[in-house]
Design a protein around this ligand. Structure first.
Ligand code: NOJ
Length: 731
């Protein structure tokens, strides 16, 4: 439809019809088994159902085709309904959870993964995904850290941008793609105490320099939609925050797409004490520029009245509705409301999608310990023990459209590479301690104790038979994600008991950790010969993990987030500001900024990860010691594979601005490159340093760089390497 026709359509619509384009209702209004991803409050009446512009939580080619047909027939202007879904790390083929994808340090791979997800979801009739989540996460207590790509703004920016491009492709009309929604704007990851939905307090420079960066970069890729967050930012709910939505998102970032609230967030402004009642909430959300109200009922109940009374202008309403109609138009829905779906076929897992998922899993695994050559596994007797050893539940709670039956378990993967006589499996224990509270309720089973005693006895026998035990432990998928904040980052006690008992058998222990968040792993690392972080790996988990365990692929993942010694260090991140009394690396530490009972830094820091081979970094070099606003310099280093097997190195560049009108972090990631090297092979890796990379939110409230001294590191993780010095000068 051309612009004129779209405007004519808008002009012809009644106020009620217009308002309803801004209303989103849950898919459960259309289908009983829809996925409910928020708190359900009452049912929509028939009118709302007939006119609401979009819905969420349902998929399936035939199903959505039927709904669309019925809906359009009844709609006065036959405007198509828009179907949205949380396709977060896979639709049918499930990739590693976003935190795992962050560990791959592979934006190109993330783009391919997003394109694959778009293809599958679009085949199932979905038009829009609520992804990527670009929230900066520095707090492992927050369960939604699993949905992020980690603690670093630069990595998150690249990953979110790549995902937007992968989902959307070059043209939204292309029926193999879907619209992306960057969320949750803004600073949801900074919720106080890591408690979900909690408020955030952030200075403007922290907000701008750290928390807003990834959203801003992702918005440059023109996502069709942005979602507001549940939290307040400095006392004002994001959903009613004109500074965030108008000044930053629309004016500064230049976002022209549709702004949707999170589920119920418009109405929740009443709970926040920011709106007097739901009508006031609708007014405040409209004033802040929220186009679609997701499931709070505030717009459907009060917006028409607000427009009629003049509290919300017709112009404001028209602008919002026009954005929604344009999005439908961009998706090609007016020409083909079914976007070419084959209703009989629908989405399936294919050999190709499995291959991509398998490679992504292998790239995402992070090897934290490998003593006594424990890995790769040898051709001997290997026992796979633990609640994650043979479970198909390898995906997060946000991958609900993927089917468990397609998942390859670790033991199934092992069975494909080893003779049946050489491997055994034992559950070892239940996944959870009795009465654990999860995001999906309290876990309780009858005779939990007897069952665990029996499982333990069996597991010890299996371990005694083996040469190596591959212990598959971790958090249940219901312990991370939305509404899954925790104050304890240890493995369940029943799993730790299993580890201690297996240790007593004296067998070699390779521990695999399945998790959506950083955990406290000191004890586990000390008791294990090898420690491998597997995240929530998805459909091809068993294959990708076995590729690494057998040495077919050398591990190459890097931590996208710091793993603490103890939960007491949270929030924890590497890009901190120095205090006036930094804790020295050696010598007396009294009266310095430190904990009495713990290191300041992470047990396993950001950027860290081992390989089966070794890499030697040569002396890094700078093309010049001075750069100007016009002239760049180049930092380079030679990296050699000094081990016996091929492997991928992730060369990281960090920069520090040594002094500024406002203090600057001790290190910030400014570039990285993944390179593949054969044994003995060497490659020179170079990074161009440009003035724009040195900008920050100055004391004058400007996004600028300041002349002066800088340090740069080319290294293997956020804590190693030697600094080189250069100066930025005005030319
Ligand atoms: C609530 C979540 O915060 C958000 O991430 C999700 O996209 C929506 N519900 C829709 O399910």
């Amino acid at each position: 439809m051309d612009k004129k026709a779209l405007e004519a359509l808008l002009h012809d619509m009644s106020t009620e019809e217009k308002v309803m384009q801004l209303v989103q209702i849950p898919g459960s209004e259309y289908e009983a088994d829809a996925e409910i991803t928020g708190v359900e409050r009452g049912r929509a009446d028939e009118k709302v159902k007939r006119l609401a512009g979009s819905t969420l939580g349902i998929w399936g080619a035939q199903r959505l085709k039927n709904i669309q047909e019925r809906y359009m027939k009844e709609h006065p202007h036959h405007i198509p309904l828009m179907f949205m879904l949380d396709v977060i790390h896979g639709h049918k083929t499930v990739l590693p959870c976003p935190l795992g994808q962050g560990a791959a340090f592979d934006p190109e791979g993330a783009e391919k993964g997003a394109a694959m997800q778009a293809y599958e979801a679009a085949e199932d009739g979905v038009h829009v995904t609520f992804s990527p989540m670009s929230d900066l996460c520095r707090d492992a207590r927050w369960g939604r850290i699993m949905e992020s790509t980690g603690e670093d703004k630069y990595l998150n920016s690249l990953m979110a941008s790549a995902m937007v491009e992968g989902y959307q492709g070059g043209d939204l009309k292309d029926p193999r793609h879907m619209a992306a929604c960057v969320k949750h704007f803004a600073a949801y990851g900074a919720c106080e105490g890591g408690r979900d939905y909690n408020n955030t307090e952030l200075s403007e420079h922290t907000l701008r320099e750290h928390y807003l960066r990834a959203y801003g970069e992702a918005v440059k890729k023109k996502p069709a939609m942005v979602m507001t967050s549940f939290n307040t930012v400095n006392g004002i709910p994001a959903t009613g925050n004109t500074f965030l939505m108008k000044k930053i998102l629309r004016e500064e970032f230049g976002f022209q797409g549709v702004l949707i609230s999170d589920w119920g967030a418009v109405g929740e402004m009443v709970n926040h004490g920011y709106a007097e009642d739901k009508k006031d909430a609708a007014l405040k959300a409209m004033n802040a520029g929220v186009d679609i109200d997701m499931c709070s009922g505030c717009y459907s109940t009060y917006l028409e009245e607000l427009v009629k009374s003049g509290a919300v202008s017709e112009k404001m309403l028209d602008e919002a509705v026009y954005r929604v109609l344009s999005m439908k138009n961009d998706l090609g829905l007016f020409e083909d409301p079914f976007r070419g779906i084959d209703a009989e076929k629908g989405a399936t897992v294919t050999g190709e999608s499995r291959q991509l998922a398998r490679e992504t899993v292998a790239k995402s695994l992070v090897l934290l310990e490998n003593r006594n050559g424990a890995l790769p596994l040898r051709k001997e007797k290997n026992a796979f023990i633990g609640p994650y050893a043979n479970t198909k539940k390898l995906q997060s709670s946000w991958a609900f459209s993927g089917d468990d039956e397609n998942t390859v378990t670790v033991f199934e993967g092992a069975s494909e590479v080893y003779e049946p006589d050489d491997i055994r499996f034992s559950n070892g224990c239940t996944m959870l301690d009795q009465d654990t509270v999860t995001a999906r309720g309290k876990y309780h089973t009858d005779n939990w104790q007897e069952e665990n005693d029996r499982l333990l006895r069996e597991a010890v026998k299996t371990a005694e038979w083996a040469d190596t035990v591959i212990l598959c432990l971790g958090e249940d998928s219901t312990q991370s994600g939305e509404a899954a904040s925790k104050t304890c980052l240890k493995l369940p006690a029943v799993q730790l008991r299993l580890l201690h008992e297996i240790k007593k058998t004296g067998k070699r222990i390779v521990t695999l950790i399945f998790t959506g968040r950083p955990l406290e792993l000191k004890e586990v690392g000390d008791l294990s010969d090898a420690l491998l972080i597997c995240w929530l790996p998805g459909t091809e988990g068993g294959h990708g993990i076995m590729d690494v365990l057998t040495g077919k692929v050398s591990p190459s993942g890097r931590l996208p987030v710091s793993f603490p010694y103890t939960v007491g260090q949270e929030p924890l991140h590497y890009d901190i500001y120095s205090t006036g009394r930094p804790r020295p690396e050696s010598g007396p530490t009294e009266f310095t900024s430190r904990y009495l009972d713990c290191e300041n830094g992470a047990l396993y820091p950001f950027g860290y990860g081992l390989s089966y081979t070794s890499f030697e970094y040569g002396k890094p070099e700078l093309s010049a010691e001075k750069m100007t606003y016009e002239e760049n310099i180049t930092a380079s280093v030679k990296v050699r594979n000094t081990g016996k097997v091929p492997g991928d190195a992730t060369v990281q560049m960090y920069i520090r601005d040594l002094s500024g009108s406002r203090i600057r972090p001790v290190r910030e990631l400014a570039g990285f490159k993944r390179i593949s090297l054969n044994p003995g092979e060497e490659e020179e890796v170079s990074f161009v340093i440009k003035e724009e990379m040195l900008r920050f939110w100055t004391a004058d409230g400007k996004w600028e760089s300041e002349p002066g001294k800088f340090h740069v590191w080319l290294c293997d993780s956020s804590i190693d390497g030697e600094a080189l010095e250069f100066r930025l000068e005005k030319s």
